[in-house]
Design a protein around this ligand. Structure first.
Ligand code: ATP
Ligand code: MG
Length: 367
């Protein structure tokens, strides 16, 4: 278990800069998840921590040691890739032991470590099989086992579950959470999957275009995104954004016009007086169907998922998604009433910065 520190880390590929100065402190034993759109630099950052990619500027410290210029093998990190990267001609057992055999680790120690990894990951029945005779989930467990036998200070995972089917993903996700609890190891995990990010992370790092947008506990990011980008990225289905006209404002409240309906919401300082269009954010789970309104929307589509349904509507010419548990659902073309609590409204200024007050009391902040 070790801490990890990135200090003003930058990456250039030729003349193109991909990482623009990332500062991040990861505590020993912490589970940190990187999320962000495709191409934002998640893998590049992970590979720089692993030493598979050079650092153009800045430093990487692991366990207090400056590893910026060190080879991957000298960093005490182990990486698990999306592609598993197993040797096809070797059995699971040989895949697990290969790195140690190459480093000349004594045979007894190799046997012990392979036995322990197989036990932790329940790989005993498959040790004599080659990857071709293993399922995707079993291959991924061997890949994780190969990281485990290195006793790394830091585990790095790059979308390790994205090749697995939905059911197996859920199983492996709980296994990784369990592994983290048992090992107490520092882990950095890249994913596109909302549920993985929200459930596994102690803290989520939201990246955009090679920069950190926000770092925080999953529910803290969900409740208090600093800007529209983070608001749209955390939460599934994503937050609805509606552009509204500023009608009037007092010290701490605004009245907006959404189509011809007045909507009132709390605001904090920061809105420039010249701004007359601001973006209103409402999560699908904070909107409800209600005949009394106050808003009216036309239904464009309905998705029933079993426990919940999503009703897609047009509201004042803009798309919104409403989450509902109602059993009797509207039909396409119906006009439905929508309501929400003004406390659940997010407001974003012209630069996409959140200008609604912090939603305290809704989440337990993790220190
Ligand atoms: N070896 C390379 N040479 C040039 N550009 C690269 C190289 N590797 C990555 N890049 C660029 O750096 C940017 C970040 O890539 P990276 O693979 O880190 O993204 P990512 O966030 O992991 O995306 P994804 O979610 O699609 O895996 C991309 O624009 C990519 O094209
Ligand atoms: Mg990637």
């Amino acid at each position: 278990m070790a801490d990890l520190q990135l200090t003003a880390v930058k990456k250039r590929f030729g003349s193109t800069q991909t990482i623009h100065g990332v500062d991040l402190q990861v505590q020993p034993g912490e589970f940190v998840v990187f999320v962000g759109p495709s191409g934002c630099g998640k893998s590049t950052l992970l590979r720089m921590i692993a030493g598979l990619e050079s650092v153009s500027e800045g430093q990487v410290h692991i366990g207090g040691r400056d590893v910026t210029g060190l080879a991957p093998s000298q960093r005490q990190v182990a990486m698990v890739f999306q592609s598993y990267a197993l040797y096809p001609h070797m059995t699971a057992e040989q895949n697990l032991s290969f790195g140690m055999r190459m480093r000349g680790v004594p045979k007894q120690e190799i046997l012990q470590k392979v036995a322990r990894a197989s036990e932790v990951l329940q790989l005993q029945p498959y040790l004599k099989r080659k990857p071709g005779a293993l399922s995707g989930g079993q291959c991924q467990r061997v890949a994780i086992g190969r990281a485990l036998v290195q006793d790394p200070d830091v585990f790095l995972f790059d979308e390790p579950l994205s090749n697995l089917d939905a059911e197996l993903r859920v199983k492996m996700r709980t296994e990784i959470a369990d592994l983290h609890r048992r090992l107490g190891a520092t882990m950095i995990y890249v994913t596109h999957d909302q549920t993985e990010a929200m459930t596994l992370a102690d803290r989520i790092v939201v990246l955009r275009d090679g920069r950190i947008e926000q770092v925080g506990a999953p529910m803290a990011l969900y409740a208090n995104p600093v800007n529209q980008f983070v608001a749209g990225f955390i939460g599934s289905p994503k937050m609805n954004f509606l552009s509204a006209t500023l009608n009037r404002r007092t010290e701490d409240r605004v009245v907006l016009l959404l189509g011809d309906t007045e909507v009132e919401a709390p605001i904090r300082g920061g809105l420039s007086s010249t701004e007359d269009v601001i973006t209103l954010g409402l999560r699908p789970e904070h909107l409800a169907l209600d005949d009394q309104g106050p808003l009216n929307a036309e239904v464009r589509g309905v998705e029933q998922l079993g426990s919940v349904s999503f009703v897609y509507c047009t509201l004042a010419g803009q798309d919104v998604c409403v989450q509902t548990q109602a059993l009797s659902l509207p039909r396409i073309g119906d006009i439905v009433g929508l309501k929400f609590s003004s406390e659940d409204v997010y407001l974003f200024d012209g630069n996409g910065i959140t200008v609604s007050p912090l939603k305290s009391g809704k989440v337990k902040e993790v220190a």
